[in-house]
Design a protein around this ligand. Structure first.
Ligand code: ZN
Length: 354
C-alpha cells in the first residue's frame, strides 16, 4: 500500500506532465473504483486545465481551473503511468526535463518510441530489450523486493502490468497519456469544489499534515495528554496526524527510541506540555518521511540509468521487515522483533526502544 512518501513521489512525478496542461480526452472504462466515479466524470474533466498539484495526507490533489479539485486516493494498488509522445530526431521534445528523463529510459533499446513508466517504481531493463512486438505501452517493472529488501520510497507491490486494470486514460495537452491502473480497485477519485475541500467528508476530520508546520511537539502533547492508548495507536490516528502509516510510525518510533506499547500520555506532562519524548519524536517523524521522499525522488532521477540498477539507496528501513535481525542502533545489542499491535505488525527493538 503506498504510504505518504510514495504518494508524494507520484505527485512529483505527475507534476511535469499535468501542471498547466488540459485534459484533452478522458477515457473512463468503468463506472466505479472503490466508490462510484463522479457523475459525468469524463465530461467534467475534459477541457479543464490543471492549475497546480497538491497533496493532503495520502490524497493527490489536482487543482483545476473553474474551481474544482480532482482528489485521488491510490488505495492499495492504484498507480499512474505516463506515456510520452513519440519523439522524433531533431524535433525538440515538448516534455519538461523531469519527464524527459523518464522518456530517455532505455534509449537505444527500442527505437525511441513513446514509453510508459510506472511512477514511483524503479525501472528494470526489459529482459528482452529487442523483444519485438511489444506495444509502445510497455512498462518497466521491478520484481517485488525480497523479504528484507524494503527500501524507503520504494513501492512494495507489483501491479499495473495487466492492462485490463487500466480504468482511466487521460490524454493531456502536451501529449502525455496518463493511465490509472488499479488491480484491486481500492483507490478512488472525487471532484470537489475547491472552497469546499476542507469541509468534504474525507478531509474535514484529518489531523495535522506530518510534514507541515502544524505538527509540533506542543501539538502532539495536546493530543496525547491523559491518553491511555498505545503510543503507536495515537500516531496511527488519522485525526491526529494525517497520512502517517504503519511503516513510518514503526521507523519514527525506532529512531526516537520509544516503546510503541507505552501509553501515549508519555508525550505530555500533566499540563499538556511536551515531554522530552515528544520533542524527540516529532523531528524523527518528519525526517523519516523526508528521507523516504528523497529516496523516491532519486528513484525518478535514476530513470536515466539505463542499467536499471537502483542499488544506491542508503536508507533502508531500520526495523520494518527486519525481525530477527540485529538492531542497527550503534551500541545496541538488541534484535528486531515483530509483534501484532492493533491488528498490524509492529517492528521494534525491545532493548533500545523504552
Ligand atoms: Zn536496539
Amino acid at each position: 500500500m503506498p504510504e505518504l512518501p510514495e504518494v508524494e513521489t507520484v505527485r512529483v512525478g505527475l507534476e511535469p506532465v499535468l501542471r498547466g496542461r488540459r485534459f484533452v480526452r478522458v477515457e473512463q472504462r468503468r463506472a466505479n473504483l472503490r466508490f462510484p466515479l463522479p457523475e459525468r466524470f469524463a465530461e467534467r474533466l475534459t477541457g479543464r486545465r490543471v492549475k497546480r498539484l497538491g497533496r493532503r495526507a495520502k490524497y493527490i490533489l489536482l487543482y483545476l481551473d473553474r474551481g474544482e479539485v480532482l482528489a485521488v486516493h491510490l488505495g492499495m494498488t492504484g498507480r499512474f503511468s505516463v506515456s510520452l509522445p513519440r519523439r522524433r530526431h531533431s524535433v525538440p521534445s515538448p516534455i519538461v526535463p523531469e519527464a524527459r528523463l523518464r522518456h530517455d529510459v532505455g534509449e537505444g533499446q527500442g527505437g525511441g518510441d513513446g514509453r510508459t513508466s510506472p511512477l514511483g517504481v524503479p525501472p528494470t531493463p526489459s529482459p528482452s530489450p529487442q523483444g519485438g512486438g511489444e506495444s509502445r505501452r510497455r512498462s518497466w517493472h521491478r520484481e517485488p523486493p525480497a523479504a528484507r529488501g524494503y527500501q524507503l520510497g520504494q513501492y512494495t507491490y507489483e501491479h499495473g502490468k495487466n492492462h485490463k486494470h487500466d480504468h482511466l486514460v487521460f490524454t493531456m495537452s502536451g501529449g502525455a497519456i496518463v493511465t490509472y491502473n488499479d488491480a484491486r480497485r481500492f483507490g478512488y477519485m472525487m471532484l470537489v469544489a475547491e472552497k469546499e475541500l476542507a469541509q468534504n467528508a474525507f478531509f474535514e476530520g484529518l489531523g495535522a499534515e506530518p510534514l507541515g508546520d502544524e505538527l509540533t511537539p506542543a501539538y502532539l502533547a495536546q493530543k496525547a495528554v491523559g491518553k491511555k492508548v498505545d503510543l503507536k495507536a495515537l500516531l496511527m490516528d488519522q485525526r491526529i496526524i494525517a497520512g502517517l502509516g504503519n511503516i513510518y510510525v514503526c521507523e519514527a518510533l525506532f529512531r526516537a527510541g520509544l516503546d510503541p506499547w507505552k501509553p501515549a500520555s508519555r508525550l505530555a506532562t500533566a499540563t499538556a506540555k511536551p515531554t522530552p519524548a515528544a520533542v524527540r519524536l516529532v523531528p524523527q517523524i518528519k525526517t523519516v518521511l523526508a528521507d523516504a521522499i528523497r529516496a523516491g525522488g532519486s528513484t525518478l532521477r535514476d530513470y536515466k540509468q539505463a542499467n536499471g540498477e537502483i542499488g544506491s539507496f542508503q536508507n533502508e528501513f531500520a526495523v520494518y521487515g527486519r525481525q530477527g535481525e540485529a538492531c542497527l542502533k550503534p551500541g545496541c545489542r538488541g534484535t528486531v522483533r515483530r509483534k501484532t499491535q492493533g491488528g498490524r505488525s509492529t517492528f521494534y527493538c525491545p532493548v533500545c526502544q523504552r
